[in-house]
Ligand binder design. Structure first.
Ligand SMILES: Cc1cc2nc3c(=O)[nH]c(=O)nc-3n(C[C@H](O)[C@H](O)[C@H](O)COP(=O)(O)OP(=O)(O)OC[C@H]3O[C@@H](n4cnc5c(N)ncnc54)[C@H](O)[C@@H]3O)c2cc1C
Length: 412
């Protein structure tokens, strides 16, 4: 039994619930889905329509742990047939011949990861939430005001031209890198903008990828090649701002020439089959993930360099960890919005996220550096990854999410 109840009527302007999630992206919906059958009444506030939120043109590297989280929730059967598992990862340093190859036997798993479309995951989660009791959507909706009280938080939301007053024990900011919830709660952030931007697009290629994801490091920035079904790949190319902008604006023939130089001919003839999109790249970590009546998850709490494709995976771990903390607090009849309960979530996730933020930053800096001793050191690092099995397994376990504390949902 919850102390608050949802009165679901469009004429109501006042509504109570246990938990408000601002942001119905993949991280926010995963949190809601992981709270299925918890007995908590949840409202998700999303700025776009459900279809608009799912329409983002992007495919992500999805870690093994993220797959297990989806499996624990019960959405994996819907997602898995529509995404591409990959078995191998190849790392290389520019044109240097010393390639590091990771294979499933290194970890004793069937695959090393997946490449999944944004829409495939978000639509599966949206469908799943329709089957859950106690979860309600407000979209396209805008939070216009937030107020803090000792026992709860009040939120004013404009939806369909009407302002609703919501009251809840806890508000969760899952509203992305430019989080308004974080801004309004005056939580400060640390970090920096990189000297690079990220150019993403999809290609169709002649030769098969052989279930292999590539990460090739150039001194201008890394380039990830993520295999999709039917001889397609998502390319995530990081380069200095001006280069990324110039590449986006190049005519098609010149762009293909540039691309083929970077791919080294391994995929044969290549065709670009999507728009070329440019994103700024930043490293950001919040000073706090929680305060009384508030928690932050996903990009609202942290952002990292796209090398290694970790950002969404960290957010999914946040969502699963917070859901576990809230369930346990609720079962013990604790106040789910109390700082004591929420600090358990912060202590669990903040340090683990910082380790990945630091690792991705180190990778980008180490491979961008052209100073000879540095080149020697990174070649030594690659040599260790090739020939020292414990080093290889450690790096692989870190990037696939199998290091660190796994949420119960992902343990089966
Ligand atoms: C080029 C690029 C490539 C990437 N590749 C990978 C990868 O391969 N693997 C990986 O793990 N990560 C990757 N990332 C990172 C990944 O995209 C993010 O970490 C992830 O999308 C964050 O999810 P989120 O749900 O926290 O935020 P978002 O995806 O930003 O979702 C936020 C949601 O909140 C809604 N919203 C925003 N403001 C409000 C508001 N005020 N009120 C209500 N709703 C609001 C938005 O409409 C949206 O639906 C990449 C990032 C970039 C830029």
């Amino acid at each position: 039994m919850t102390q608050n109840q949802i009165h679901d009527s469009s004429s109501n302007i006042s509504q109570d619930c246990d938990l408000i999630i601002v942001g119905g992206g993949i991280v926010g919906t995963t949190l809601a889905a992981a709270l299925k059958d918890s007995g908590l009444q949840v409202i998700i506030i999303e700025a776009q329509t459900l279809e608009q939120a799912a329409a983002r043109q992007r495919a992500y590297n999805l870690s093994l742990l993220s797959g297990r989280i989806f499996e624990g929730i019960g959405v994996w059967e819907e997602i898995l047939p529509k995404i591409a598992p990959y078995r191998n990862i190849r790392l290389s340093d520019g044109k240097s011949p010393g390639i590091v190859e990771f294979i499933p036997e290194d970890l004793g798993t069937e695959f090393l990861g997946y490449v999944a479309g944004h829409g495939v995951m978000l639509r599966a989660l949206q469908q799943f939430l329709k089957t859950c009791d106690g979860i309600q959507w407000l979209c396209s909706a805008e939070v216009t005001d937030m107020g803090w009280e000792e026992t709860g938080v009040t939120v004013a939301v404009r939806v369909e031209g009407e302002v609703r007053q919501l009251r809840s024990r806890l508000i969760v900011g899952a509203d992305g890198a430019r989080s308004r919830v974080r801004e309004r709660s005056l939580i400060s952030t640390r970090g920096w903008k990189y000297w690079q931007s990220c150019l993403t697009f999809e290609i169709q290629h002649q030769h098969p990828c052989n279930d292999t994801a590539f990460e090739r490091f150039w001194h201008t920035g890394p380039m990830g090649v993520l295999p999709l079904p039917e001889n397609r790949c998502q390319i995530v190319l990081t380069a200095p701002h001006a280069t990324a902008k110039a590449l986006k604006e190049l005519d098609e023939a010149s762009f293909l020439q540039e691309l083929e130089t970077r791919l080294g001919g391994v995929l044969g003839k290549v065709e670009v089959i999507s728009d070329r999109l440019v994103f700024p790249v930043q490293l950001m970590q919040c000073d706090r993930y929680a305060r009384s009546r508030l928690a932050l998850v996903g990009d609202a709490a942290h952002c990292c360099h796209p090398v290694g494709g970790q950002g969404l995976n960290l957010g999914l771990r946040d969502a699963a960890a917070l859901a576990q903390v809230l369930r346990e607090a609720h079962q013990r009849e604790e106040d789910i919005g109390s700082l004591t309960a929420l600090q358990r979530y912060e202590q669990w996730r903040k340090g683990e996220n910082l380790a990945i933020l630091g690792f991705t930053d180190f990778l980008d800096r180490a491979f961008s550096n052209q100073w000879l001793p540095f080149i020697f050191l990174r070649r030594l690092g690659l040599w260790m990854l090739r020939y020292l099995q414990p080093v290889k397994v450690f790096a692989l376990a870190l990037m696939t999410g199998l290091k660190g504390r796994a949420p119960e949902l992902a343990q089966y």
